[in-house]
Design a protein around this ligand. Structure first.
Ligand code: ATP
Length: 404
């Protein structure tokens, strides 16, 4: 049996989704297409989402008259972050020997190299992708070649684009504009009756979602460390004049790529065209921070540069750190789970202010690295020099808020 598997937030489902799925189903003769609304999407986070029940109901209404479609709640029932690898395993078990085709638009296809348990996914499914937004088919074909070298099977089709996104739909609802032609009439009616997407208010869900995401990506020890850093960061932020909410978020996310392994870290850098300096190539312990910043910017779509930089520089520090960057750097040294010979002194200094804490942390790190004849990242040396010069001049540590 040939099954098209189409996952997404479907928040809400629109004609672009349906057009893509139907085109692939016709061209590749699928026996059915399973639409699978995600529980917590690993790639597109938003703090406000319609409930799972509403998203499922809209999928049901949108496909009511088309027997090709089936709606599945397996990701909703599984809960937590919805990893495609798990979903495909469940489907492979449920249908005996199915041929599974994973349908997606260009935006998702181009991030495939970073997906959790990519090697499991490619065993179970063929990727089916088509152009979207400003990405042309040739770019997809080029990326398909990269994925094929990793063992993936890809089908890229030239399908005329239906230019709409769920984001457009939600924005139109907030502006009071018509959804005619963009969603099915039944979905339109459902949205109106339920009063969906009228509020843009952040309901505080994003940190909860981030915690679920790191739970799936980190070892239990590292997961607990990340929560401890988040707690400590929220506390230190109040002393260092940083935003405690952002500090908490950056603390949760700071090690998001740490357990991914060197190969995945380098792959992430290459996916987002990030080039390491020669000396950085020789310091694998800083790769997770650079890859982590890329992950939260491009995959989690965090658009706050200060949070991105706090993750980026949490290992090396840098000269001119913002208060938030310094907060995460020090919180990582002083979180409740830390246990090293100087930790008490480090914690005492952390309570006194940013400058003494940064100086102590940097001199500790530089001493430790030099004792092992390890390379020292130039950002750490610059940060250290800046601290010493500022103290000698009796000047204040100067921070820059958003420069990258
Ligand atoms: P949002 O605007 O909230 O990011 P979205 O419109 O991209 O949402 P999702 O539910 O996140 O919708 O997408 C599910 C899948 O459908 C993804 O693989 C996405 O690439 C694809 N998709 C969504 N809209 C279109 C479209 N107009 N044309 C082609 N593919 C699309």
């Amino acid at each position: 049996m040939k099954i098209g598997v189409f996952g997404g937030a479907f928040d809400p489902i629109h004609q672009g989704h349906l057009r893509l799925a139907c085109e692939f189903a016709n061209r590749l003769s699928f026996d059915r297409v399973i639409l699978i609304p995600s529980s917590i999407p690993p790639h597109k986070l938003r703090s406000v989402m319609a409930s799972a029940q509403d998203r499922i109901e809209m999928c049901r209404l949108a496909t009511k008259d088309n027997p090709l479609f089936e709606i599945s709640d397996i990701e909703i029932k599984r809960g937590g972050v919805s990893y495609t690898a798990d979903t495909l395993n469940q489907l492979a078990e449920k249908y005996q020997n199915p041929e599974l085709f994973l349908i997606m638009g260009a935006d998702m296809f181009l991030t495939l190299g970073t997906w959790h348990r990519f090697d499991d996914i490619i065993k179970n499914a063929v990727f089916c992708a088509a152009r979207r937004n400003d990405c042309d088919t040739q770019k997809l074909k080029d990326y398909a070649e990269v994925l094929q070298k990793r063992g993936a099977r890809c089908i890229i089709e030239e399908i005329p684009e239906f230019p709409v996104s769920s984001t457009d739909i939600r924005r139109k609802i907030q502006m009071g504009e018509s959804l005619e032609g963009l969603v099915s009439p039944l979905v339109d009616e459902y949205i109106k009756t339920r009063g969906l997407y009228k509020s843009t208010q952040n309901n505080g869900n994003s940190d909860r979602q981030f915690i679920e995401i790191i739970r799936g990506r980190l070892s239990p020890r590292r997961f607990n460390h990340s929560l401890a850093v988040a707690e400590q960061a929220a506390h230190l932020a109040t002393i260092y004049d940083a935003d405690p909410k952002k500090a908490y978020t950056a603390g949760i996310l700071h090690d998001i790529m740490k357990d991914a392994g060197a190969q995945a870290q380098l792959q992430m850098l290459s996916d987002f065209d990030i080039i390491l300096y020669n000396v950085e190539m020789g310091i694998p312990s800083c790769w997770h921070a650079i890859a982590g910043a890329a992950f939260i910017e491009h995959i989690l779509r965090i658009d706050d540069n200060d949070i991105i930089n706090a993750v980026r520089y949490h290992t090396t520090a840098r000269a001119g750190m913002s208060p938030l960057e310094a907060t995460i750097f020090i919180a990582d040294f002083t979180s409740a789970d830390r246990d090293y010979p100087d930790v008490d002194e480090m914690r005492r200094l952390a309570e006194q202010g940013m400058e003494p804490a940064i100086e102590y942390a940097l001199s500790y790190t530089i001493r430790e690295l030099a004792a092992k004849s390890a390379l020292i990242h130039p950002d750490s040396v610059h940060a250290y020099n800046q601290q010493i010069s500022a103290r000698r001049k009796g000047g204040r540590y100067s921070g820059s808020k958003t420069k990258r």
